[in-house]
Design a protein around this ligand. Sequence first.
Ligand code: UTP
Length: 294
Amino acid sequence: MKKIRKAVLPVAGLGTRFLPATKALPKEMLTVVDKPIIQYVVDEAREAGIEHFIFVTGRNKTAIEDHFDVAVELYDTLSRRGKTEILERLQALQPEPGQTSYTRQQVPLGLGHAVWCARELVGDEPFALLLPDMIMQSEPGCMKEMVELYERTGGNVLAVEECDPSQTHKYGIVGRGKNAHSGFEITAMVEKPKPEDAPSNFYINGRYILQPEIFSLLEDQETGAGGEIQITDAMLRLHAKQPFFAHIYRGRTFDCGSPEGFIKANIALALQQESLKPQVLGFLKDFLDEEGLA
Ligand code: UTP
């Protein structure tokens, strides 16, 4: 069985839900407390043993490359000023030389198309795919647990969570087969089914381990929902040939692709930092009182 060494991070979307903030700034660089969203996702992948990060970028995304690069002048200045703590933190977050690759999706034709753009960089090996606007908070991390499941089952692995059964029409829903380690074998995948047609209430939440055969399917994948090339459509075709397993993720998820999820992430992660908690909590209490919302 081939080890999962590479992760694909598709960051070429337009981020229209965050306009005007994302007119010149990538959505993935928006800050949750003191780190850009993408840093949380890269950290999750690194914890899972990923050695190579493949970013599928687009226009206006150079800030992501700069973020993961060595900032020589900044590091020198911090060092001269004796700011060793923050310097060490910056250096610890930094990938090693040669661990990152960038390719461009020239036109944002959909998530499936973005993944396909990484085919040459991934090559003939299974890989992790992480939606870079989803922050997953758990110990161990979601991708680490998925890799553990994959090492027992092989095949393809998707992380799933349970939604309210009345909300299945918002998600990609999977069918539940026999149990496997931290999850189960997937019997079906249905995109946004009505509650009465849904095979379960487990939805695909933005973390995947996929076999490289997905690329040849994406190559001729026709456009699907929203006029975009959808990864789910290609996974459905792959499912006809290869097994898929679900890892039941039990941590917290912040969908930072929407303003609501992004704000929740900022509040929750700020309240988890001892240095910020008293001030933020005090402010929230006062604000709710003043606005009559308590
Ligand atoms: P989203 O649909 O959530 O991102 O795709 P978006 O299109 O940027 O956001 P909105 O809907 O306009 O606000 C999930 C992830 O897939 C990437 C996005 O960057 C995002 O991180 N993506 C999406 C691509 O890389 N290319 C695409 O063509 C579409």
